[in-house]
Design a binder for this molecule. Structure first.
Ligand SMILES: Cc1ncc(COP(=O)(O)O)c(C=O)c1O
Length: 386
């Protein structure tokens, strides 16, 4: 079997569109191009039907109701609407938000913006596995708290948060609970009712759907009772998110979620087997390799490891034509910033710059895994000899 090089193992960054998703989308670029709001003619009515079908597909995987789903351009926008929208809507009730230091920048930077606007934000720490303590969440609640926002699964180390426990605490204190589930929905079971989630952000391109599409779940029949709109226009999506519907994107998102709902279990069993094989092979061949994130409470397709004494950028450079992975640090053009997630779990000094994140995906094969193991081991060996 010929391998397609470089082997893509960066599925937390983005995923390829599943061919089944693309097939479902294609007619909505050309023949079915109608504006989903122009329902008085057949073109618009068909586009509208496609949007509503996709809404049902989103609802099904979350155990939500159609009126609780707002289509957005992705998880960044959903996070912004959730935090800014709740802060504005609940201004009379309070001004305090609880979140966590390992959140995605879409949450952290929005929270910082809210601080500039006079709101108070508590950034909870995590333990060495990246887990936030529900007890800390409860202790942080004050009579001014309006929102708890804790990510469902971390995009770097794959740690899965205790959502149900946090949901219970939020409910007991009458505080809204939002979760950024961009890395979780479609990868692990999420039930918004059972987990007590009031708002949830998700994204199409993390689940073999297209880029530029996502959704925000807002519990209840009246989203405007919880969230003020942050942009204005034609009043689409119950007045929360104006703008002409991205029909192909929405169809793609719905189809991607329907596939994920059916295939998640079998896919995760494969990923678990492969990440175990990879970690064992690295640990057998390379001294001191350690796993970052929680050993069990983690996304099955995530393997975040430290290769001590190796600079991750140098390793990635050697692997460039063979394996596409990610380093554990955010790189800007002028500086390499240490990852805030790795710092938060206690990695220090050179160790932060020795991390590689492998994100396995639907189209990886057994042969890919064996190839990656061989390549990584030989490249690490080469770097050690330098
Ligand atoms: C946890 C998390 N939140 C938010 C985002 C942003 O998602 P999008 O690209 O859909 O805006 C990402 C993607 O990088 C993510 O991993």
């Amino acid at each position: 079997m010929t391998l397609k090089l470089p082997i893509y193992m960066d599925h937390h960054a983005t995923t390829p569109v599943d061919p089944r998703v693309l097939d479902a989308m294609l007619p909505y670029f050309s023949q079915e191009f109608g504006n989903a709001s122009s329902i008085d003619h057949i073109y618009g009515a068909r586009a509208h039907q496609a949007v509503e079908k996709a809404r049902e597909q989103v609802v099904s995987i979350l155990n939500a109701r159609p009126e609780e789903i707002i289509f957005t351009s992705g998880a960044t926008e959903s996070d912004n609407i959730a935090l800014l929208g709740v802060a504005e809507k609940m201004a009379a009730e309070g001004d305090h938000i609880i979140t966590c230091v390992t959140e995605h920048k879409a949450i952290l930077d929005t929270a910082k913006h809210l601080e500039k606007m006079g709101k108070t934000v508590t950034y909870l720490p995590v333990d060495r596995y990246g887990l936030v303590d529900p007890g800390d969440v409860e202790n942080a609640i004050t009579d001014r708290t309006i929102l708890i926002s804790i990510m469902a699964a971390n995009n770097e180390i794959g740690t899965i948060a205790p959502l149900k426990e946090i949901g219970k605490i939020a409910k007991a204190h009458g505080v809204l609970f939002h979760t950024d589930a961009a890395q979780a929905v479609g990868h692990i079971p999420i039930d918004v009712k059972e987990m007590g989630i009031d708002l949830l952000s998700l994204s199409g391109h993390k689940i073999y759907g297209p880029k530029g599409i996502g959704a925000l779940y807002i519990r209840g029949a009246n989203p405007k009772g919880k969230v003020s709109p942050v942009m204005f226009g034609g009043g689409h999506e119950r007045g929360i998110r104006s703008g002409t519907y991205n029909v192909p994107g929405i169809v793609g998102l719905g189809t991607a979620l329907e596939i994920a709902e059916k295939e998640m279990g079998a896919e995760n069993a494969r990923f678990r087997k492969w990440t175990k094989q990879m970690l064992e092979a690295f640990q057998e061949n390379i001294e001191g390799v350690t796993l970052n994130g929680h050993p069990e409470k983690r996304l099955a397709h995530n393997l975040n490891v430290c290769f001590p004494g190796i600079e991750s950028k140098a390793l990635m450079h050697l692997l460039r034509n063979d394996v596409a992975v990610s380093a554990g640090s955010a790189c800007t053009t002028i500086s390499v910033e240490p990852s805030h997630v790795l710092s938060a779990i206690g990695l220090q000094g050179y160790k932060i710059f020795s991390v590689i994140r492998f994100g396995l995906g639907r189209f990886n094969s057994d042969a890919d895994i064996q190839y990656v193991i061989g390549k990584v081991n030989s490249c690490v060996y080469k770097l050690h000899k330098l």
